[in-house]
Design a protein around this ligand. Structure first.
Ligand code: ATP
Ligand code: MG
Ligand code: FE
Length: 342
């Protein structure tokens, strides 16, 4: 079965073709980062309009990469939520319009389920059950995953998401949106002893997180600096920030592994691309004897492949989930816990 995936929840338009027999056939992505950069963040109306412009050319691109025509598609999976309402509506209407025109069934997919299952697209995928750390721009959650749709929330952030903390702290240092990768690169040149930032909730005895205080600590240091803060000092602050956030994420994952007794840890979401986090988690995994799995770098942030894959996994277990009822709705807010097992 060949599933077309359509992702448009935020500022990336992603399309992909996944075959349950042959795996990922093709994927294509357009990121709107450059367009939103001058505003310092995503402008929802601009995002929706750009998704409209990009969706069909990307469809042509994936079909030609896979050397298939539209009729080869068996079902269409689209991101139904959570995300920006207008942006979601574009993907949903493209998917449902296409479904109606081609007489193919459609299926709404949960964006976070896409992220969560994205490590399974790797060449050496983990088996269920595993512990998952979902660290993205909007979410920071630790989950126990027993199968597709079988997610138990173990802990989550009480305020900012990890990606949000990266972006906000980067902005305070004058780095452009989204600052996660930039602050991470800058941290490589920083002195780890220069700034000791708080490690929020490190000893909270639960698996929750809090990152807004860390961002405030960065703000306080930046404010105490003369206007022309030098590059080395910025790098030192970046290093202090990255070390603090990585220490907390690593510690909570290690605790979740110990408490669950499971041997596989899976990382998903944009912050999963962070190299300092990967180094730290790999070291913890070697020491505590568990295995850690990451998505391919290109599938950490939003993409169509993870949506095609999540849709395919659900349809594999229950083909009736896809419908020829093309009246769609989107769910800008949609807790992952509301999903039922596949
Ligand atoms: P959600 O999936 O929760 O709705 P989102 O789709 O915006 O949010 P993702 O696309 O998964 O989130 O990830 C984007 C986030 O990942 C941004 O906050 C970005 O700064 C962060 N990020 C990407 N690469 C890195 C990196 N190398 N280091 C740190 N953060 C990174
Ligand atoms: Mg994005
Ligand atoms: Fe995302």
């Amino acid at each position: 079965m060949i599933v077309l995936g359509v992702e448009s929840s935020c500022d990336e338009t992603g399309l992909a073709l996944y075959d349950t027999e042959r795996g990922l056939l093709a994927h294509a992505l357009h990121s709107q980062i450059a367009m939103h950069q001058e505003y310092g963040g995503v402008v929802p109306e601009l995002a929706s309009r750009d998704h409209i412009r990009r969706a069909l050319p990307l469809l042509t691109e994936v079909l030609s990469k896979a050397n298939l025509n539209k009729q080869a598609i068996d079902a269409i999976a689209y991101t139904q939520g959570p995300g920006l309402a207008g942006a979601l509506l574009v993907g949903a209407s493209v998917a449902c319009g296409l479904g109606m025109a081609l007489d193919k069934p459609v299926l709404g997919v949960h964006h976070l389920e896409g992220h969560l299952l994205s490590p399974l697209l790797a060449s050496q995928p983990p088996e269920f059950p595993f512990i998952a750390l979902l660290v993205s721009g909007g979410h920071t959650q630790l989950m126990r995953v027993d199968g597709v749709g079988r997610y138990q929330l173990l802990g989550e952030t009480l305020d900012d998401a990890a990606g949000e903390a990266f972006d906000k702290s980067a902005k305070l240092l004058g780095l452009s949106y989204p600052g996660g990768p930039a602050i991470s690169r800058m941290a490589e040149f920083g002195d780890p002893a220069a700034y000791q930032f708080p490690r929020p909730m490190l000893h909270s005895k639960d698996l929750n997180f809090s990152f807004s205080g860390l961002k405030t600590a960065v703000l306080t240091v930046v404010k105490n600096h003369p206007a022309n803060i030098c590059e080395q000092d910025k790098a030192n602050i970046a290093r202090g920030f990255v070390d603090a956030i990585v220490a907390v994420l690593t510690a909570k994952c290690t605790t979740a592994m110990k408490e669950s007794g499971l041997k596989r840890l899976v990382i998903a979401g944009g912050v999963g691309a962070n190299l300092q986090l990967r180094v730290s988690l790999n070291a913890a995994a070697a020491k505590k004897r568990f295995l850690v799995y990451y998505p391919e770098l290109e599938f950490c942030t939003d993409n169509g492949a993870m949506i095609a894959f999540a849709g395919a996994m659900r349809l594999k277990n229950n083909p009736d989930l896809a419908t020829r009822d093309y009246g769609f709705n989107v769910r800008p807010r949609w807790p992952l816990q509301e999903l039922v097992a596949a």
